[in-house]
Design a protein around this ligand. Structure first.
Ligand SMILES: Nc1ncnc2c1ncn2[C@@H]1O[C@H](COP(=O)(O)OP(=O)(O)OP(=O)(O)O)[C@@H](O)[C@H]1O
Ligand SMILES: [Mg+2]
Ligand SMILES: [Zn+2]
Length: 273
């Protein structure tokens, strides 16, 4: 009768063996290695422990690099989802130059908002940046969004120009089973943080003013922070958006006038070189 081991496909001559041997690493010298033999076939041998540690370190570094790349990709996707304009996606607080006292204070306020985000969220407090063209209102508002997005993976703010909100609402005037005007307004009311740019650029129709009121009144009532950006002076803004809305904004958004010349760089021919 055949031995049982042969019956199971094992060769009795091929016994599994574990031995300790002395090995030589060309780099780190001699070390003890465990070897596993199956009959006269070497199945495995420990590598030099120093080499093993170095390899593990290299693998961990590669993995970390991959994680960082994935994190950056995710952040880029989230910035696009937040509708941050391309021009501002690489701009942060560090890129905001200080050439006058007003810019220094504006930057300080923007950073303070980020630091105090939990408080802002709790009370629904936002900002109102006022200033002439090119004074850095959009730059600072986008820097705030990006800074908050970097520190929290599930934070989903949005950037909209006021006119884009109006066109989103206008689209719903064509009856659609998918989205009603209320749905669109609800969407704007639900965002954790909304940057609303170019407030008051156009005087706006009566319907547009109603939309803006509905959104901002609901946001402020529900303690949802909003950052408003405008070229208009206080009085002009009040006239354009109406006294009632202005009064609500005044109670929830800390105003700041950024003074100075436009920081928008002038396009020159060497851009094409
Ligand atoms: N203090 C600053 N340091 C560096 N760059 C700045 C500064 N202020 C503005 N910029 C740059 O100038 C350009 C215009 O700034 P931004 O778009 O923020 O101005 P704005 O106040 O929003 O103007 P507008 O009212 O015309 O929309 C951007 O490219 C921005 O990065
Ligand atoms: Mg702007
Ligand atoms: Zn080694």
């Amino acid at each position: 009768m055949k031995p049982l081991s042969t019956f199971f496909g094992l060769n009795p001559k091929k016994a599994l063996k574990k031995i300790i041997t002395q090995q030589q690493c060309p780099e780190h010298g001699s070390y003890q290695a465990e070897e596993i033999w199956l009959g006269d076939e070497l199945k495995s041998r420990d590598m030099c422990p120093v080499c093993a540690r170095e390899q593990a370190k290299r693998e961990e570094a590669e993995l970390e690099e991959k994680r960082q790349v994935e994190k950056r990709d995710r952040l880029e996707k989230r910035k696009a989802f937040a509708r941050i304009p391309l021009e501002y996606r690489e701009k942060g607080f560090d890129d905001f130059r200080i050439t006058n006292e007003s810019q220094a204070k504006a930057l300080n306020l923007a950073k303070r908002f980020v630091r105090g985000w939990e408080k802002a969220k709790e009370g629904g407090y936002g900002l109102l940046f006022v200033g002439n063209c090119g004074t850095g209102k959009t730059h600072l508002a986008c820097a705030i969004l990006q800074s908050l997005m970097e520190s929290s993976e599930d934070f989903r703010p949005f950037y909209y120009r006021t006119s884009e909100i109006f066109s989103a609402v206008r689209k719903t005037y064509v009856p659609s089973p998918h989205q009603s005007e209320e749905d669109v307004i609800r969407h704007f009311c639900a965002m954790d943080l909304l940057v609303l740019d170019e407030v008051g650029v156009q005087k706006g129709s009566e319907a547009e003013r109603r939309t803006l009121f509905a959104i901002l009144d609901a946001r402020m009532g529900n303690k949802k922070p909003t950052i408003l950006l405008t070229n208009l002076k206080r009085k002009e803004l009040e006239v354009i958006i109406g006294e009632r809305l202005y009064d609500r904004i005044r109670s929830k958004c800390v105003p700041f006038l950024i003074q100075g010349e436009s920081m928008r760089p002038t396009a020159t021919a060497d851009l094409f070189d």
